[in-house]
Design a protein around this ligand. Sequence first.
Ligand SMILES: N[C@@H](CCC(=O)N[C@@H](CS)C(=O)NCC(=O)O)C(=O)O
Length: 210
Amino acid sequence: MILYDMDKAPNPRRVRMFLAEKGITVAMVSIDLPAGENLAPGYLAINPRGVVPTLVLDDGTVLDESLAICRYFEGLQPEPNLFGRTPLETAQIECWQRRMEFDGMGSIALAFRNSQPAFADRAVPGAGPATPQIPALVERGQMLSRHWLDALEKRLAQSSHVAGDRFTVADITAFVCVDFAKWIGVRAGDAHPALRAWYAAIKARPSASA
Ligand SMILES: N[C@@H](CCC(=O)N[C@@H](CS)C(=O)NCC(=O)O)C(=O)O
């Protein structure tokens, strides 16, 4: 199998971190997003959406969503468990994972994609229709990202990890988003002591540098 990757992009980083936590090694091919390699015919033949990460299995099956790829590996290798053991825990982890993805990643991406000159006419990632940037969405994305960061602080003041008392996929998404938020100038500060302590603990894990 081959994992199509890009070292600086947040979504592929989630998958690399997940694999590192599992101790799974996969052959990787790096796609040069700044050079537009994801929109070139060669890559579009693999993933017509033109996004990374993409996992191609040995039989040619394509998985092109970060969390779907992580779930596939969780099924192949259940330990260490990162998606939940009981119906309730699995549902709770799903809640927090989604909150990190939609409230965090979604808001940060809104500000990032609508502000960078490199994304003029490509405010939505991938090979979809031309999408002009809307400057007002930068401010909205930053405001929502700050709100997400404050909500994460409240959560981590009550809970050692994002979804409960142990490390899960929700921590991976949250950690990657905290780093991604720096790209739009949104950072944890003095008002986020619990978040900063959690961040330091996650950063100390070997998977954080995957
Ligand atoms: N929902 C997808 C999002 C994938 C995505 O947006 N990937 C970005 C990199 S983080 C990308 O491929 N961007 C291509 C572009 O900028 O056109 C996932 O979680 O895998």
